[in-house]
Design a protein around this ligand. Structure first.
Ligand code: SIN
Length: 504
């Protein structure tokens, strides 16, 4: 088996992985492994922006208050403090590494999104924030001799020594024999979330929950996995991934209407169209279950729409919708997971020398529901913490008895696609926007049946199945409703549950 030695292995090429690598480049050789192309990530797709308290009517304490309220009493206060305090400096770092945030009258232009009490969202190219940020980070990484990026390389498992210390990863890549990447100092999982577990999602095709499954198989602890955020406004056109209509469009004054023309959000929340995402998604779900379609009416923006949201404008036109005149048909879609691999404030997981950063990590900043545009921020802030900690570690020697076996790689693409489709349908039906005990129990049974059918060599499907099982079991355990977890049979938010976390 091929062996490659390096100082740091970083898995994933979204904002969390790239920033970790850039912060680490002066501390040793960094190898970034990514299973598709460099640009293929949810970070690259991000539209709305990145939150930071830099406006004159804003402060980290207001940002903190909005984050905690949206997280419905489940956030970790210390992590939230750290993130909101570090946010302005992190923006400066992004600018230093080449990001050009949009400006207005000589100041950064700040957008508004759901559950933010002020405008605090920085953006790039109107609605191409993720592409703007990740392209400049990739440019930096490519220029660095200390950073190597291996594309189309899938990590299938972690290498853990007999003493329980993470020493590297095992990968498969199309033209290569399986390879061991041994990390002298440590491994960082920055693999993103798991939106592709759901039939309807805004997430990139590569976002299949790999990091959660890899960490779980190695014995790391995960928690809060029942909390899934459904974005209220994906374009209601059946495609995978679904095309996102950024919340920033509502921030500029667009409103939701049902098919009778009613602007219904005032019935559901005092913040109306800018209520927290879980509330808006459930409101839309409710309207739809009464047989009404839901639309986003952005006609108030007139011709300004195309300038402020060029990518969304083009995307709508491709489907024959002109947002300056037509209402945009929308539907909720799986967007983000609040739980993940448990970490401390330095991104350290429960396995020594294994770190996690970005959506795959559970740092505690999101609680039961993430505040809009706090996800790029979380990845960027904690990348620095992870890198600072990793840089202090002494190189390790490798366990000589480490043995790796792997199943034959023989993938029938058609069968793989069919298993994925069945799983995504199951998750949508049983662990979607509204959950019940009986639905989850049936979902787990159906999932087990599917697990028995899928051979071990289908790594990606295996990762999806394991992550799905963890989500369903966590959702069954939490007998209350809170943020991104709504139980029809336990509709109340129960104060005693605010201190409980399902650890698995
Ligand atoms: C959006 O642009 O609506 C998505 C931003 C986010 O997920 O925070």
């Amino acid at each position: 088996m091929r062996r490659v030695e390096t100082d740091f292995v970083v898995v994933g090429s979204g904002i969390a992985g790239l920033m970790t690598a850039l912060y680490l480049r002066n501390a040793g050789q960094v190898t970034i492994l990514t299973k598709a192309q460099q640009e293929e990530s949810n970070s690259f797709r991000a539209q709305g922006g990145i939150a930071a308290a830099i406006g004159k009517d804003d402060s980290p304490s207001l940002h903190r208050e909005d984050t905690l309220r949206t997280g419905v009493e489940l956030c970790d206060w210390v992590s939230v403090d750290l993130m909101v305090e570090m946010a302005p400096k992190t923006i400066e770092q992004l600018v230093e590494w080449g990001t050009r945030f949009d400006q207005e009258n000589g100041h950064y232009a700040l957008g508004r999104e759901g559950s933010h009490s002020v405008s605090r969202i920085l953006h790039v190219g109107g609605d191409a924030t993720g592409a703007g940020i990740t392209s400049s980070l990739l440019r930096q990484a490519r220029q660095s001799e200390q950073i190597e990026i291996e594309t189309h390389t899938m990590v299938i498992d972690l290498l853990v020594s007999s003493q329980g210390i993470c020493q590297g990863v095992v990968t498969v890549a199309a033209a290569q024999p399986p390879t061991l990447y041994l990390a002298r100092k440590g491994v960082v999982l920055a693999t993103g979330g798991c939106g592709q577990l759901y039939l309807y999602t805004t997430n990139d095709l590569v976002v299949t929950g790999d990091g959660f499954a890899i960490a779980k198989r190695a014995g790391a602890k995960l928690s809060d996995m029942e909390f899934i955020q459904f974005h209220p406004t994906a374009l209601a056109v059946d495609q995978n991934p679904m095309f996102l209509i950024s919340e920033a469009v509502r921030g500029e004054g667009a409103i939701l209407r049902n098919s009778t023309g009613e602007a219904f959000m005032s019935q559901y929340h005092e913040w109306k169209d800018l209520a927290p995402r879980d509330i808006v998604s459930r409101a839309i779900y409710h309207e739809m279950s009464q047989g009404r379609k839901v639309y986003l009416d952005a006609t108030i923006l007139g011709t300004r729409f195309a300038d402020r949201f060029p990518k969304i404008y083009r995307g709508c036109l491709q489907h024959g919708i002109d947002p300056t005149k037509d209402w945009i048909p929308v539907t909720p879609a799986a967007h983000f997971i609040m739980g993940g691999i448990q970490t401390d404030l330095d991104g350290q997981t429960t396995i020594p020398r294994l770190f996690a950063c970005g959506e795959v990590a559970r740092t505690g900043v999101h609680g039961a529901n993430r505040l809009a545009s706090n996800s790029l921020l979380e990845g960027a802030v904690f990348a620095q913490r992870v890198a600072e900690k990793l840089s202090t570690l002494e190189p390790q020697s490798f366990d000589p008895v480490m043995k790796v076996t792997y199943p034959d790689m023989c993938i029938d693409k058609q069968r793989e696609a069919e298993w994925k489709r069945r799983l995504r349908q199951m998750m949508w039906e049983h662990a979607g926007i509204i959950r019940t005990s009986s639905g989850l129990i049936e979902g787990i049974e159906r999932l087990m049946e599917l697990r028995r059918e899928v051979p071990e060599s289908y790594f990606e499907v295996q990762n999806m199945l394991l992550t799905a099982q963890i989500i369903m079991e966590s959702a069954l355990w939490r007998q209350e409703s809170r943020g991104g977890h709504y139980r029809f049979d336990y509709p109340e938010t129960i104060p005693e549950w605010s201190t409980k976390h399902y650890e698995i």
